[in-house]
Design a protein around this ligand. Structure first.
Ligand SMILES: NC(=O)c1ccc[n+]([C@@H]2O[C@H](COP(=O)([O-])OP(=O)(O)OC[C@H]3O[C@@H](n4cnc5c(N)ncnc54)[C@H](OP(=O)(O)O)[C@@H]3O)[C@@H](O)[C@H]2O)c1
Length: 213
């Protein structure tokens, strides 16, 4: 498969690109800073230069792809404005590009709490509102989507064991390693098309957990 990961230098993205490349896929990461290209090449991925905010369309980057993955984020240091331009705007632009060039499959890294942004406080609220709107746009797009909503991300080593739940409203943590492993598995799992689910650390092997969704 040819997989384009938007936000290609992100912490989950680099882990995912490494897994995909090791599995023989064409793993491509969209980055806006040329100096990050070497890090992608080091994990066996191809760097594609483009900017989710500045570029009017992402269609050229998606040519030839089988799947689009949205792994970008404005990050905790950003204000509400960039939640709109990256977390919402970038995700919407990627969906529009997928529709324009006929890429049917789209995997979104969303977040727990995106099912009820109205109860969030402080800086989390604009973030979760942006995530919720992006998810709604994707659900209405007609694309073959999967919306992956991890709990609080950690850089702890992955355990290969997770708890996945279509029932929303959970709380907990999960290593980025394990989220990347779940997404790699989702790409090969037709039962996840049209699914929205949360991801936490748990007891089930990733492949089995994804199969049982
Ligand atoms: N932190 C949590 O606990 C948590 C929980 C649930 C879900 N999430 C979500 O999980 C996802 C992945 O998280 P992560 O920690 O792996 O992300 P991350 O390391 O913060 O990476 C985000 C990436 O987005 C890129 N980006 C930002 N603006 C861009 C633009 N205009 N064009 C192209 N790329 C751009 C950044 O690149 P630059 O280096 O160019 O800025 C960065 O590489 C995010 O969507 C995040 O919101 C996070």
């Amino acid at each position: 498969m040819d997989v384009l990961v938007a936000g290609g230098h992100g912490k989950i993205a680099l882990r995912l690109l490494r897994l995909l490349a090791a599995d023989g896929h064409r793993a491509r990461g969209l980055i806006r800073k040329p100096e990050q290209a070497a890090d992608l090449e080091a994990v066996g991925a191809v760097a594609v230069l483009g900017d989710l905010e500045a570029d009017a369309s992402l269609a050229d980057y998606l040519q030839g792809a089988d799947v689009a993955v949205f792994a970008a984020g404005a990050g905790p240091g950003s204000g509400p404005e960039r939640k709109r331009t990256v977390d919402l705007g970038g995700a919407v632009k990627l969906a529009d590009a997928a529709m324009a060039v006929g890429v049917r499959r789209y995997v979104m890294i969303s977040s727990i709490g995106a099912d009820r942004p109205q109860v969030a406080s402080g800086g989390m609220r604009p973030y979760l509102e942006a995530k919720a709107e992006a998810d709604q746009y994707l659900m209405a797009s007609g694309l073959e989507y999967t919306i992956v909503r991890p709990g609080s991300l950690t850089d702890d080593p992955g355990t290969g064991r997770v708890h996945l739940s279509r029932e929303l409203g959970g709380r907990g943590q999960v290593p980025r390693d394990d989220v990347a492993a779940v997404i790699a598995q989702v790409l090969d799992a037709p039962n996840t098309i049209g699914a929205t689910f949360e991801v936490f650390s748990g007891d089930h092997m990733v492949a089995e957990a994804v199969r049982s969704l």
